[in-house]
Design a protein around this ligand. Structure first.
Ligand code: SAH
Length: 456
């Protein structure tokens, strides 16, 4: 029996793992009591102060590094400690990919009872400046100066700067220009506590291929004072800005975007091309934030689907339809299902814009829509599943199995629910054939994986 561990006790710990929240993990004493320590890396030997001791595990704080891991690196972002957006900046990108691959393998083994043979992990083409979208909160400090930046770790305290290594540098320049403009005209930031003030968020989007930039100001109202000057400032200094939009959000609470957009200048959309599909993006449309890594992910889906041109493909949880549309020229018929009506409108428009005539998109819950398709006798050869973090519901998987596809290609952003869903499919006559991890969100704890399940 271990000596009882106590809060504030300092222990010497060898870090042997990295949890999918980005905490180092080690085991203490003969009972191998688990201790989780932020800012540590596998291979570290450290003095750790216990800050929270629970029944079967504890949290600690790094006090002193006795022997640093070889995977460690100096965080290469000046604000990474305060910000908390990147929980893996203290290890090398290579070590990060290794850890993420391990999370996928571990989930499949523990939660699905599958011993997977993972294909080589796909790193993001760039670990920096990869995001094509940023949403900066706007606030004011005690002196009333405008701040545009990000929230400090687990808080609603605004840290100014907006200089984030995950965003393209031009986003920072635009944020600074917008800050100067708001400051000059004393346009008040929105205050969550009182619901007063005007400007809530600065929302930026860039088309990776087109270079077009959308500047969207989310406001607690319908008009922006001095908007002419706002427009000319932006378009003179940033020629790639092709759309300037106001998003009206008068709701309390922390949902960033409201439902209504008012175009101030230029087009109300920007364009981009993803995996050969031309897309138009409004502020409200869903779009993959790491364009280049998403293309690599889609190419794994394409390989796993192995289409020959004769198949019916069902893209469940299709968003704006981009995965399915990128495969439309390789199958006979494409069906897409998605719950958000605007995304379905985007998907239909994307199909039309690209001259794709063999695709149809339906708005509805994946489970209900798939059940209806199954009842209508639709028998897809390949079903693509790309659910949100919580995974597929039982009803959706039930309907998938009823349609009896030869292949199910699952794209997942959560290894735990992916493993659960693989297990459910494995219990209903499918075998995990191939699996490959991919990184779409370098330096953060998110990881993506693609799985091919085949009917036995
Ligand atoms: N495949 C798309 C988007 C995947 S994100 C792409 O690659 O871009 C997951 C999608 O599932 C989101 O668009 C979300 O709106 C949708 N979704 C969430 N719950 C759903 C449900 N119950 N039924 C159908 N779609 C759902």
């Amino acid at each position: 029996m271990d000596r009882q561990l106590e809060k504030n006790q300092v222990i010497s710990l060898e870090i042997t793992g990295l949890t999918n929240e980005g905490n180092g993990a080690g085991h203490f004493g003969p009972n191998r009591f688990a201790v989780f320590v932020p800012d540590t890396a596998p291979g570290d030997r450290a003095q750790v102060r216990l800050v929270k001791v629970l029944k079967s595990y504890a949290y600690g704080r790094l006090e002193k590094l006795n022997r640093p891991s070889r995977d460690r690196m100096e965080p290469d972002c000046p604000v990474s400690r305060v910000c908390g957006g990147c929980s893996l900046r203290h290890i090398s990108y290579e070590a990060e990919c290794r850890a993420k691959n391990g999370w996928i393998e571990d989930s499949l083994r523990r939660l699905a009872g599958i011993q997977p043979n993972l294909e080589p992990f796909q790193p993001s083409p760039s670990p920096d400046h990869y995001r094509n979208k940023a949403q900066y909160p706007v606030g004011q400090d005690e002196e009333g100066s405008i701040r545009i930046g990000f929230y400090a770790k687990r808080s609603h305290r605004l840290v100014d700067g907006g200089e984030c290594r995950l965003h393209p540098p031009v986003f920072t320049e635009i944020a600074q220009e917008v800050r100067r403009f708001l400051e000059k005209h004393r346009i008040p930031a929105y205050r969550e506590e009182t619901g007063e003030g005007l400007v809530r968020h600065l929302y930026l989007r860039i088309g990776q291929i087109s270079g077009e930039i959308m500047v969207c100001l989310v406001i607690n109202g319908r008009t922006l004072p001095h908007s002419r000057e706002f427009i000319s400032l932006l378009k003179d200094r940033f020629p790639m800005v092709s759309s300037i939009v106001l998003n009206v959000n008068r709701n309390k609470g922390n949902v960033i975007l409201g439902g209504e957009c008012v175009t101030l200048w230029g087009r109300d959309i920007i364009r981009d091309t993803l995996a050969g599909v031309e897309v138009e993006l409004s502020p409200l449309s869903f779009y993959q934030v790491n364009h280049d890594a998403a293309e690599k992910l889609y190419s794994v889906v394409k390989e796993y689907a192995g289409l020959t041109g004769t198949e019916t493909v069902l893209d469940l949880y299709c968003g704006a339809g981009t995965i399915g549309l990128s495969l439309a020229d390789r199958c006979k018929r494409l069906l897409g299902v998605e719950i958000i009506p605007e995304a379905i409108e985007n998907a239909r428009a994307n199909a039309a814009r690209n001259g794709i005539q063999n695709a149809a998109f339906f708005c509805g819950d994946a489970g209900q829509a798939a059940a209806r398709l199954a009842e209508e006798g639709i028998r897809p050869d390949v079903i693509i599943l790309d659910p949100p973090r919580k995974g597929c519901d039982e009803a959706a998987l039930e309907a998938v199995v009823r349609m009896n596809p030869g292949k199910v290609v699952m794209v997942s952003c959560n290894p735990a629910t992916m493993a659960r869903d693989c297990k459910r499919l494995a219990e209903r006559g499918y075998r995990l054939e191939r699996v490959r991890g991919a990184d779409l969100f370098p330096r953060t704890c998110h990881v993506e994986a693609v799985v091919l399940m085949s009917r036995i």
